[in-house]
Design a protein around this ligand. Sequence first.
Ligand code: 13P
Length: 252
Amino acid sequence: MAQYIVGNWKMNGTKAEAEALAFTLAAKAKDVSGPLPHVVLCPSYPYLVPVLKILEGSTLESGAQDCSPEANGAFTGDVSVSQLSNIGCTYVIVGHSERRHHHLEPNALIRQKAEAVIRGKLKPIICIGETEEEYRAGKCFSVLSEKLEACLPSSCVHSDILIAYEPVWAIGTGLTPSLEEVEKVMSFLKERLRTHIPEGDLVPTLYGGSVNAANARLFLTLPYVDGLLVGGASLRADDFWHIIMATERQEP
Ligand code: 13P
């Protein structure tokens, strides 16, 4: 299965910094003769166009951090999937825990967004994860099952979507679940996906939460981990490149 390394830059940096980061990564990618994983850079909206310009002719792709579920119209401040497609984006992160928390986004809205992304022929990276409280209460699996089911687009096929497991308590904290815990969760997600979607275990499942240059390879060696969704470390070219290269020995 193809591997994915996705950099979520969140609301960080200047245009010059975004361009420099994209330029450095694209240049490094050009020097690689062998296969690379899918590498997706997700800058904030204003920097998508300049980053996409730099990525022209490169194998690196770009994604948005969110989108509107609506097609077009009077939705001040929102960005539609067709607009993202129009500038050359290929992926959209939906349901990130920061949007769930700060913008009170419910599962139903996330599902609508994911459906809009698929209609627009882009790929949604649907994020799910448990809070610290839920983790401590031993509710991780039930919460994930519920969120997955509620966020999955209706009648999608396995090649339409990606799922990212991001424990909320691991995001930006330096904390991560143990490798054993991640493996159990990812195996569980594959099993749940199989029950909802034909050949659902072929849906790429990514881990995210305090991934860095030192631990990336450990996560990538786990069965059922098809890639990583990286926040802070994706803002540093050397660290992010190291993470991209950590997929290397996974290729057949
Ligand atoms: P960190 O890698 O900074 O923990 O962020 C993870 C994340 O939220 C990626 O979407």
